[in-house]
Design a protein around this ligand. Sequence first.
Ligand code: OXD
Ligand code: MN
Length: 584
Amino acid sequence: MVANESVRKFVKEAAAMCRPDDVVWCDGSEEERERLTRVAIRVGDLIPLDQQTLPGCYLHRSAANDVARTEHLTFVCSREQDDAGPSNNWMAPDEAYDRLGRIFDGSMAGRTLYVVPFLMGPAGSPFSKVGIELTDSVYVALSMRAMTRMGNVALEHLGDSDDFTRGLHSKADLHIDRRFICHFPEENTIWSVGSGYGGNALLAKKCMALRLASALGAREGWLAEHMMIVGIESPEGETTYVCGALPSACGKTNLAMLVPPESMKGWRVFTVGDDIAWLRVGDDGRLWAVNPEAGFFGVVPGTNSRTNPNAMRTIQQNTIFTNVGLKPDGGVWWEGHDDPVPRSVTDWRGRSWNASKQGTVAHPNSRFTVPAGECPSISPERENPNGVPISAILFGARRQKLVPLVYQAFDWAHGTFLGATLASETTAAATGAVGVVRRDPMAMLPFCGYNMGDYWNHWLSMGKRLTRPPKIFRVNWFQRDDRGGFLWPGFGENLRVLRWVIERSRDRGTADESPIGYLPKPSDIDCNGADLPDGAMSRLLHVDRDGWRTNLRSQSEFFEKFGDRLPAGIREQHDGLRQRLRAG
Ligand code: OXD
Ligand code: MN
């Protein structure tokens, strides 16, 4: 029995409301993993895969209506609506507790409540935070084990403090009408009901490490960001840490696990994190980052040995696959796999796909969940309690036109503006139309737990405290030609762009000044050995001034939504861009 009084009280009160048959406290041990896996197989939450070729790997099939984050059912429940801001759904805290309380009431009858203590960030780090998730899903408990430092390690970090995130989760009846994901930033609390999907149900991830942590960071003077973190070692042995924000399903995991192209001998890339970064100003005036997570929850379709060889090796063992295809030999398959479509395969819903050939074999948002330690490129610095010093920040998004392959912000405030004006074509990671351009500032639109105007202000104020700020860049791997083909090969080749980024972040390397920022000349990006048609680099780096003038209007329309919470510093940047485009 756990000694911490506040934890016990939290569990007791939740159990009184949800009325489970049983309460199981998770300690994070190996014995427990085996026991919970047996339970998950028995209740049908996990299907064992072929244990010879995929040891420790299982398939999970979710309910067909529960395959992605449901942003329209996600709420920030701050006391004042203005504190949630125009980009979040808001519900008054009392109303949220009342509405969700009715669904939680008795929802765990006949089920087990798992108490999942978890630590976000390395053990012993001043960066790290503790949460307790109470869940009636054994799949969630096992996934949290892969994604966080789970069990006793978290309780030890907590000691007798009551400073922990209180997360309550029940699948309830998985009905969309009774699905809500509610965040209470002032009470460090999350209530999530009616979904078993990772982004809604693994409360450590989007709910705590981004939505609650972003609000907490604003109060405590740090940033919680939707960013991957990598260390890039040059042939001379110099390592540069870069973090990068890209919207969901835009290749953050591929970038985090990048394998250098053949022709870039001597370069190495180390993965620190693939999705979330917590950033603080160090005593040395630099920006320091930790990855609060301990695992990867990556998008499966399109993953293969060309796009992400490290991920392919990572998911050969100890992986939970969700909503991929199952082969008769206990192997898995998805669209974009190295192997051709198998002669016989069961689709993500458990139907024979070869008979129906309806829809895709794997769901477009099917996922792998795997501990970070399985990744061959994992950085030894991942466990450093101080984090890693960041030299460059990338903001990337999916844009077929307009946005060049790479350009650099003039300074931190301009970089904040580049983040604030990020827009991307939507993907399958959230329910809704795919391929529509939407504004997604800092790739945080679905994850910023407070008013985005205040968030931009916080970004600007962080810049004032950084005496050695990282340089900020906008990247776009996704430009298309007139026939719809990609102009840039992407994946491992992105290191060519990162090489220029590293040079610039070390005050070396050349660039031209343009109205939108510093642009490399085509010859500044080393394309030796890349399969790029003549003139492609000039097109990739072209600034379409008319397009940018039109874009100014859409930026203003978006900013107007924030009224007087829009910082003057952002308005000034927008005016500056307008003037530079007029002059140009
Ligand atoms: C994710 C997401 O799962 O951004 O990381 O949706
Ligand atoms: Mn993400």
